[in-house]
Design a protein. Sequence first.
Lengths: 965, 248, 314
Amino acid sequence: MALRQEQVETSPKVSDEVKYTTCYMCACRCGIKVHLTDGQVRYIEGNPDHPVNRGVLCAKGSSGIMQHLSPARLSAPLKRTGPRGSGEFEEISWEEAFNIATGWMSDIRKTDPKKLAFFTGRDQSQSLTAFWATKFGTLNHAAHGGFCSVNMAAAGLYTIGGSFWEFGEPDWELTRYFMMFGVAEDHDSNPIKTGLGRLKTRENTKYVSVNPVRTGYSAIADEWIGIKPGTDGMFVMAIIHELLKSQKVDLDFLVRYTNAPWLVRVEDGHPEDGLFLRDGNGNPLAWDKYGGEQVNALLPDIAPELSGLFELPDGSKARPAFELMARRYLGQEYSAVEAAEITGIPAGTIKRIAAELAHAAFEQEIELDVEWTDWAGRKHDKMIGRPVSMHAMRGISAHSNGFHTCRAIHLLQMLLGSIDCPGGFRYKAPFPRPCPPGPKPTGKPGQVNAGEPMPGPPLGFINGPEDLLVNEDGSPCRIDKGFSWEHPFSAHGLMHMVIHNAWASDPYPVDTLFLYMANMAWNSSMNSKGTMEMLTDFDESTGEYRIPHIIYSDAYASEMVSYADLILPDTTYLERWDCVSLLDRPISTAHGPADSIRQPVVQPDRDVRPFQDVLIELGARLGLPGFSNDDGSAAYPGGYPDYLVNHERMPGIGPLAGWRGANGDQHGKGESNPQQLERYIENGCFWKHDLPESQQYYKHANKDYLEFSHKMGFIPSSDQIIMQLYSEPLQRFQLAARGHGAVQPPEELRGRVGKFFDPLPIWYQPVEESMVPLDKYPYHAITQRPAAMYHSWGSQNAWLRQIHGYNRLCMHRDLARELGVEDDDWVHVESHHGKIKAQVRTMTGCEKNTVWTWNAIGKRRGAWNLENDAAEGEKGFLLNHLISELLPASGDGKRRRMSNSDPVTGQAAWFDLRVSISKAEAGAQVSEPQFEPLKPVPGVQKKSKTLRFGEQFLPKGSWRRKDQV
Amino acid sequence: MTSLPKKTQKKLGLVTDLDICVGCHACAVSCKEWNASGHSAPLTDSDAYGKDPSGVWFNRVHVYETDDGHNTRTVNFPRSCLHCEQPACVTVCPTGASYKREEDGIVLVDAEKCIGCKLCSWACPYGAREYDADDGIMKKCTLCIDRIYNENLEESERQPACVIACPARARHFGDLGDPESDISRLVEQRGGYALMPETGYQPVNKYLPPRPRKDRAGDTGTTDHLEAAEDSSSGSSFFSWLDKALSR
Amino acid sequence: MDPAYSVILFTSASGAGYGLIAWLAFTRLSGFWQLSPLAAGITCLVALALITTGLLSSTFHLGHPERAWRAMSQWRSSWLSREGIFAILTYPAALIFTAGWFWSIIPASIMNAAAAATLLLSVITVISTGMIYASLTTIPRWNNAWVVPVYVALAIASGGLLFSIALAVSGAANQPTMVLMMAVLLVSWAVKWAYWRYIDRQSPASTTATATGLGHLGQVSQLEAPHTSENYLLKEMGFEVARKHATKLRRMALNFGLLLPGILLVLAGVSNGLVQLALLALALCFGLGGVVIERWLFFAEARHAVTLFYGRSL
Ligand SMILES: Nc1nc2c(c(=O)[nH]1)N[C@H]1C(S)=C(S)[C@@H](COP(=O)(O)OP(=O)(O)OC[C@H]3O[C@@H](n4cnc5c(=O)[nH]c(N)nc54)[C@H](O)[C@@H]3O)O[C@H]1N2
Ligand SMILES: Nc1nc2c(c(=O)[nH]1)N[C@H]1C(S)=C(S)[C@@H](COP(=O)(O)OP(=O)(O)OC[C@H]3O[C@@H](n4cnc5c(=O)[nH]c(N)nc54)[C@H](O)[C@@H]3O)O[C@H]1N2
Ligand code: SF4
Ligand code: SF4
Ligand code: SF4
Ligand code: SF4
Ligand code: SF4
Ligand SMILES: [Mo]
């Protein structure tokens, strides 16, 4: 019986319409093509022309439909009716929501604007939100960078004028030796994967991953170095020791592009000891070998000395920064043998890696026949490359020694001469910028006044103690204590401290906490349980909550929603305008600047509004300058798209760089173009500028590029950007700690500032580790991001939650054996702060004394509109319950407990955690702690048990269309 | 249909490079997304927001560790239909719903004929058959038959969804029957292999093995350490090597 | 493999049914025993009922029972198709054969031809059923020479227990017959025992190392499964019974399937009338119970190659 073979429709119509926009399943911001059929989203794929992803799409991006259709979507503004945390709300109109918000806010603004703490999470409109905060007049604003990776940003921007994170990338095409420190996924997730794929497929390349855990990217490394957490600085300094000892450093690079030759005053006790010597115009000095005298170190063609003690005519004594650096790292304490002890990496391996780096950098030099002009106008007919590149992220960042460790990595890159050269690490526009870039933070006493905007933005980069935001007595001005003596370089603020400090009224109480897109009642807080308690704690004296008002904008029923008083529901990413701006966190590549937009590809079917529109309207209703006109009317009646096109930060510079000017023929600077958004849409919702070959490298010293960058408004002048191997701003704090200067640290912090502010990178044991008894807490506990989940968002996604429905505590087989546990057993994990119960998975690709888990998979039961018995809540767990936002109380318990953060930058030290582990008695197969399930908030979507996405696109009448019956 | 075609004109298939697969699940999810409204639509998910969610997926990504006693490694491993040349999943099928196309070797299930007896899934050693209990029929990787020939797509997009999406570019698509094709050459160069050859199913899809580690001295043409320079003490003489005039 | 009740019921019921009708056909052809036509006819009906129940229950696990007819189409390659066809072909023969006991108008030659056809087709059908499993190279515990004999032997044995009742009703259940039935039981379970011995000593060629092709890198173990929740593959193919339980269940199967009915058969041989009938009914219950346990184990003990990808072994 032969049956007729199926007639396969091989050319079905894919969709009625394709709209381009930008993915927001994570912050990588890939370009996407959204296919629509009958007005419904049917299929999302990568945009092959997009500079970020070039057509590829990750697991999250590919499941965008499920995020867009999530049953956890909010559908109307909500006003709390029950106690906080109860999840009791009523739906209200937007008008009422605006009235409530402006009611609270206008009172604050009239009296004491700093009582509004406005903190935003993983959003991409930081240039708008910061502008809004400035106009409101509160200094208490920051985005999520403080708990994320400010260590990387600050270390990079103070050192090389650019940074890892998503601000730079390896030269994927040309690099021959790539070292990656502490990266599981990172923001550049698709470019990194594509880059690794490309690099590994080339002959004669090597990729080394330094990471306590060997999964994901580390799995494919040619060499995996399973380092002990928190010790990378030592590893890198030992490599530097080896390079110096064998004199394998790129002196030409150091002399030309770094401050290695600058003269540092070496006069013990002098108030300017350790600072650079400068001429009358403030130029740093070097010692010219030919002239035998000091010269302006910025001049071209001088022959500066790199070592020696020099005495200037005025009697001051100085040595080149290079010598100070070399002396330090040649010291025996940085030998491979010493480092092996600390890092757990055999001395032989450290030495071999140093040899391999030197080999790749100096024996495999590459030359491109590309002419370019240096900053001094000298023409070069070749570009010389040292094909060694590096990338590092939160494995470095999330430790309290991360700032210095990251600086050490940058120092290593400088010594190898491999920054922004062919084959090396490359900047992405608008970087490089001067180290540190401007502006300085605003919010000093006198800068925050009732009813007035602040004179500048709340965040910035400080150069010395006089730039701190502290009161006369040295106490912090900001609610998060950013830019205070506790964390002077906190360029991104300390979002992780806001709730604690507001609760403790330390340094002062706030009236309204305004949060956007941060799940602070759960995974973005340290001490999640305590945070929930602080959010619901009453002030006996007033009978009010200790944090009186909380306004929150989320798009979904996250844990945090239940803890706010007023919810401003956002749209999904496919329903709104957004802007990925060069003023913010751009999507540029090493090949040139780029920015992009999101356009609404479908209209919301709920009473929700894009947060940016809401913020702009709030600004108008509050009469904030910049958001309202003199006559009180709204400055941007058209909402965010109106703002995107018409707002100018500086003359000719707006949120979007492409198609500016009345006819859209200008890029970078130019007057507003009413057609700008149309031009973006026509171009697939992004704009990019490809740098000519001659500007592709040496951007820090490339005349044509620097001029371009200046013209674009990226940098204040086209001067060369000089890398800071020796950091003067750090030394200024050192001097203050020693008692010099007008602005002095409070006594109790003097020692701390003195210890952590060293102008050259140092390694020290992470702070929390140094305070807890290690015999009691012998193991490290860290998290990693799973490639197929974005923080807490992913669990509402019907597809992704099948991949990561719960997490396990992963540990080395040998450790498990010692602990007497096996796969699937349950264990208690305890830190100085808390205790959890989790289920074990054993493995071999893991540093023996380090346990790890996937980040943010564990959920509070009832959240995200999941069933109460969902695995995320029953078996999933959160390591955050073990992590304290405060360091342990010190010996006598008298001293204030300081934030569990990097003492330089305020970066949250998530990965310093030390724990003990013990087998749990047989019992319920449920993780701990458990909390009351959250009630579903009103307005969340109905969820179907069986999901048959896709059937609606089958022909009418097909038996496979059960939606029709 | 009943029986397998004696020979197929082409052997279309996939090659996965285990050396660069980072295990990101992009291929799995993009496959799910495309096929949810494709030839075998929908790919039902049951208990989607509950305790035990489970759905139809044509591609699933495992992670393995290997241990030779001295070295261990981690290998990410996507698994989908291998479009075997001698697949019993087809021959055991009592209805003819399962078939291998003569023109390109793609193994498909005809949704209109399948009775959902599940026997083909028993016959597939590679776990490539996915039963959709809600539809009562067997589904499987279609090699994106509704993409690869789709005239409504740009030429460059006529590739399986998983191949297009893979951020590491670890997946390749082509005619493995043509020894001159890029994909066949790749298999040749890299020692591509078939899974469980002992089954005799002769998978068309191939895997490229992880490359050997480069973690010993000499693997990159270097020595195992740098020679300390003669004057490498940190005494002042050390800095004599800096005497060379360096110009800015 | 998932021991789905529909499949267990199908194979054991239809096996017993085919076994029973085969005994009847054999009796008709050989004249070994004399059965009252009424008893024989009714017994045939019972056999047909069992066969039909089995076949119907086999459609319960189909996603589309209404399309079951399609399953007949692929006889050239599919044992499932063949089984279906033989099962269907058996019906006319068996119906004529059954009818013959009631209606004497059917000529003896036709009756004999129908009996021969019934006998042959029943055995072939059971062989086909066995072949569905035995032909799956993916499941080494099925893909061996013992599976078909086991299916045939247990069909004959369980059919034999039923047949004994018909004999008893007809007063033909004498001692030698009962001993014969016991011997049949013994031989059948010996075959099954040989099967168990075989699978316990089997060392399948496929391992996680060959499945992934990563064996050259050393011992291969799974670190993470693709999904944290179970999927169809694992529910259907990943079912595993603990060794301890399996051993216990095997013993139970033997006790129920062989030991108890064996003893009861011997006792039945020395008794008669209602007592004998009662003993045989009891033997039948135990015997069928044994087969059901055996069938459950047949699935539960079978390991599928796909589980290798999940780090298990065959
Ligand atoms: N243990 C541990 N904890 C960590 C980390 C770690 O490594 N280990 N990492 C830390 C880091 S670096 C970060 S960045 C944080 C991230 O932590 P969070 O910033 O809390 O990140 P998400 O979980 O993504 O939550 C953001 C919120 O945004 C909401 N949201 C999603 N889309 C939209 C939208 O379109 N509009 C609006 N208004 N809201 C939306 C989500 O529903 C969610 O409630 O976690 C930190 N916490
Ligand atoms: N898929 C996905 N992508 C994301 C996110 C997400 O949630 N999901 N989140 C985004 C966000 S907000 C951020 S901040 C980035 C962060 O991206 P990553 O920097 O990749 O962050 P983590 O996943 O926390 O990875 C930290 C890595 O450092 C390792 N590690 C821990 N301690 C040490 C150490 O002391 N030394 C070394 N060498 N390694 C160490 C861990 O094992 C882990 O592999 O990812 C972004 N991209
Ligand atoms: S990496 Fe993935 S989730 Fe992030 S923007 Fe790109 S496609 Fe979207
Ligand atoms: S992998 Fe499995 S489903 Fe695919 S052709 Fe081979 S046997 Fe059939
Ligand atoms: S489930 Fe469908 S495709 Fe598979 S063997 Fe049965 S009828 Fe054929
Ligand atoms: S070829 Fe198509 S159907 Fe097959 S695994 Fe890839 S995406 Fe899925
Ligand atoms: S998309 Fe590519 S890298 Fe990611 S799991 Fe699939 S094959 Fe591997
Ligand atoms: Mo982050």
